[in-house]
Design a protein around this ligand. Structure first.
Ligand code: 13P
Ligand code: SF4
Length: 328
């Protein structure tokens, strides 16, 4: 295949990706927020904690990470000898962007008596400046293991941090970052939708602001939301997170109806993550063919970032499969 040859299309593209996957001994990981056609050909679809664990456990030579850059970096930190490719290197995250390492280091220096707990949605540099990484499914489990009087900086998501403060009674200092996707849900439109579907519970991600979480029957990570939908007796549910997760929900529960919570224009399209959406099957094909774009990381940085990720994996080791912040 010449580098200038355009990717095939349709079923031939799927076949070529499967072929390249075998040739490269690659594993394809996809986050729940990826397009359905990417989820459908992935070896594993999961949330941030699942994918970190999967990245650490796989014996493939190549990890093709269909997600965003901080996720692929996490895979590289945990699997340095593997080649980690991301279909589009511009697939970033507003939370990562909100937290430049130099500003975070200065903030830490102002609070020397605090430890830093950082949401996994941050750069490798910020991970290296942190003591413990958390995901939305491991945060509460990890907080429960820290002394009640431990002073904590939590970044970069102020909504997840605020939710955890309210839920656990802690008073963590919050970095002011937000997820632009979860920030875009409209309370007014959500209330209109609830009025139309009076028996439909609302399942929300903790990256949502408090005025959305206040109307949720369940708050949890993407896999927590999926698990809640499975156990809920309701046949219609309102889902306040990135709407591509509804693909997995519909596959698992074809008899149920899932309605994406609306944005300000009453249309849930504004809640599609623009970073996740940069990945396409064509770009995945090219990445597997050329082993580019590839995550590269300086070894000293990797080892510093790994310490805080290892702390999470150790402290959250008893949370396997829970994917859950435990409701409201
Ligand atoms: P989880 O899949 O861990 O819930 O994270 C959601 C998210 O926004 C990932 O970027
Ligand atoms: Fe970042 Fe939000 Fe997109 Fe997740 S959904 S990758 S937190 S911008």
């Amino acid at each position: 295949m010449n580098i200038l040859t355009p990717p095939p299309s349709g079923p031939a593209l799927i076949e070529e990706i499967a072929h390249l996957k075998r040739v490269r001994n690659a594993v394809i990981l996809a986050h729940y927020y990826q397009k359905p056609e990417i989820q459908d050909l992935a070896d594993f679809v999961g949330d941030s904690l699942d994918l970190s664990r999967k990245a650490a456990a796989t014996d493939a030579d190549v990890i093709a990470f269909c997600g965003v850059r901080f996720m692929a970096e996490t895979a590289k930190i945990l699997s340095p000898t593997k080649t980690v490719i991301l279909p589009d290197m511009d697939a970033g995250c507003s939370l990562e962007d909100s937290c430049p390492p130099d500003k975070f280091a200065a903030f830490r220096a102002q609070h020397p008596d605090h430890i830093a707990l950082s949401y996994i949605n941050c750069s490798a540099e910020v991970k290296a400046l942190s003591d413990i990484i958390v995901t939305s499914s491991s945060a509460e489990i990890i907080l429960a293991k820290l002394p009640a009087d431990q002073k904590i900086i939590f970044g970069p998501d102020r909504h997840l941090g605020g939710y955890l403060n309210r839920k656990t009674g802690r008073d963590m200092l919050l970095w002011p970052g937000v997820c632009i996707v979860h920030e875009a849900f409209s309370e007014t439109e959500l209330l209109k939708l609830k009025a139309q579907h009076r028996h439909a519970p609302v399942a929300a991600h903790p990256e949502c602001p408090p005025h959305i979480l206040d109307h949720a029957d369940y708050v949890g990570s993407t896999s927590g939301i999926l698990a809640f939908a499975k156990t809920s007796p309701a046949d219609t549910l309102i889902v306040a997170t990135e709407p591509h997760i509804i693909h997995q929900m519909t596959l698992a529960m074809p008899h149920k109806t899932f309605i994406g919570a609306p944005g300000a224009d009453g249309n849930c399209n504004c809640n599609i993550c623009p970073f996740m959406a940069l990945n396409t099957l064509e770009k995945l094909y090219v990445a597997l063919r050329d082993l580019q774009p590839q995550i590269e990381m300086e070894e000293g940085l990797r080892l510093r970032a790994k310490k805080s990720l290892d702390a999470m994996l150790e402290l959250a080791s008893d949370s396997v499969g829970k994917g859950d912040l435990g409701g409201r």
